[in-house]
Design a protein around this ligand. Structure first.
Ligand code: COA
Length: 427
């Protein structure tokens, strides 16, 4: 039987739904089953399908388009999910062919990167490499107070604290503009975070303030300085633990009290639901951690390296990625001590090799046959960590193994430094 890959159409929705729920064993009426239904019928166009000669769906892949910031530039990531083959067709090599064609399709569609989560032994065949995931987490458990005793969470976190400003329920009709502005100020230009829109799009029927929702504004003297929205995450909660997740958070960096007040308000509202945990994709940001510690909010920064069943990354097109970020690299170079450096660096990944040339303060990708000043052979994971500033390029083993001159070290640190990176979209 021959199969081909094509974008899904509304006519495929029913077979997609059967395939997905069948492959994952989703039981009718469960949250997962409802979610599959919503994806297949309401977001059909976000899928590609692998169809047989009679145009019937044998498999499907969900693709979410995520533009991720690299400083003031952006790269386009395909977030791949719901990879499924009709149960009766599994184990015959069809899933392998579908994924091979999917990877080629992603490159053809202009994606720079792709991410997915799954079994490393399967997805590594298509070039994906294990990649870390980051979470900032707050555990609402007993707080040790010395001498072997501990305060129960319901007491330790009950007080929302005294602040120079006020926390009040979010009021969409009044606060949307400020929320949009705060989000922009907090995340615009933050590598690793989704592209943030500055424009505000008011809905026609703004929701009224809801005193029960975990959604607040922090303001001082009429100025809105912070926004937090958390929700309960029933899919992650277990019998022994309730999980809450922070859906959106932003504050004016000059006012760390905004971060502290909002987080303490959240903890005070959920502390009697313990044992509980708040999980979030807040950035690993020194200023944020300082603000939370100052507000007596204990938190953990988790960087997971899952290895077997793992978050995975693929560079679909290195050349296009470097072209997309060249203006940001030129900006970084201009602000560095090596702004007048000229030369070339060759970056190679397992499947692709590119030359970055620097002339007249401009960084560009060149196909000219030039002799590079430095050659770095990187894994895709090493490259993407440097791309988003999750770690500096000079921290990566290939750079550490090269005997870099002080100038070349300065150049790499200028172009690919460790940053207060956003997390979530890449893992
Ligand atoms: C995973 C899946 C898409 C593979 O498709 P397939 O047509 O059965 O795969 P192939 O016949 O080409 O290859 C089978 C390989 O898939 C691997 N595989 C089976 N279940 C898998 C899973 N849940 N995740 C990843 N790989 C899986 C097998 O280990 C096998 O590896 P092998 O070749 O080393 O024996 C399909 O089995 C499926 O739909 N499974 C249920 C849904 C699912 O778990 N999706 C993956 C979510 S990450």
């Amino acid at each position: 039987m021959r199969y081909r890959l094509r974008p899904a159409t509304a006519a495929d929705a029913h077979e997609m739904f059967q395939t997905q729920t069948g492959a994952f064993g989703d039981v009718e009426g469960t949250l997962r089953w409802e979610s599959a239904r919503s994806y297949c019928f309401e977001h059909t166009e976000q899928h590609i399908v692998f169809v047989d000669e009679s145009n019937h769906v044998a498999g499907l892949v969900h693709i979410h388009d995520h533009p991720i910031q690299v400083g003031l530039c952006a790269v386009r990531k395909a977030d791949v999910g719901h990879v499924a083959i009709r149960p009766e067709l599994q184990g015959q090599g069809i899933g392998t062919r579908m994924m091979q064609e999917t990877v080629a399709w992603l490159r053809g569609e202009g994606y720079h990167l792709s991410r997915l989560g799954g079994r490393a032994s399967f997805y590594s065949r298509f070039g994906y490499e294990p990649f870390p995931r980051r979470f900032v987490q707050i555990k609402l458990g007993p707080v040790p107070i010395g001498g072997g005793s501990a305060l129960p969470a319901s007491e330790a976190f009950a007080d929302a604290g005294e602040w120079p400003g006020q926390v009040r329920p979010y009021d969409e009709s009044r606060d949307l503009e400020d929320r949009t502005r705060l989000r922009w100020e907090y995340d615009h230009g933050r590598s690793g975070a989704l592209v943030v829109e500055r424009a505000c799009h008011p809905g026609r029927h703004p929701a009224p303030p809801d005193a029960k929702a975990l959604r607040w504004i922090y303001e001082r003297e009429g100025e809105v300085l912070g926004y937090l929205h958390a929700v309960e995450a029933p899919l992650e909660s277990t019998e022994s633990e309730t999980v809450f997740t922070i859906a959106e958070f932003a504050y004016a960096p000059a006012f760390p009290d905004a971060a502290g007040a909002l987080m303490r308000m959240l903890l005070s509202r959920i502390c009697d639901r313990g044992p509980a945990r708040v999980t979030s994709r807040l950035p690993f940001d020194e200023a944020l951690s300082e603000a939370l510690v100052a507000a007596e909010v204990p938190h953990e920064r988790l960087e997971m390296h899952q290895a077997m069943a793992s978050n995975m990354i693929l560079v679909a097109n290195l050349e296009a990625t470097l072209q997309a970020i060249a203006p940001e690299l030129s900006r970084r170079l201009a602000g560095s001590l090596v702004a007048d450096w000229e030369g070339a660096i060759e970056l190679s990944l397992p499947a692709e090799r590119c030359m970055l040339a620097v002339t007249g303060g401009e960084v560009c990708v060149t196909e000219e046959p030039v002799q590079p000043d430095l050659r770095l052979e990187l894994t895709q994971a090493q490259f993407v960590k440097s791309l988003f500033g999750i770690a500096a390029l000079t921290e990566m083993p290939p750079a550490r193994a090269s005997s870099l001159s002080p100038t070349l070290r300065g150049l790499l640190d200028a172009l690919f430094p460790r940053l207060q990176a956003g997390s979530g979209p890449w893992g």
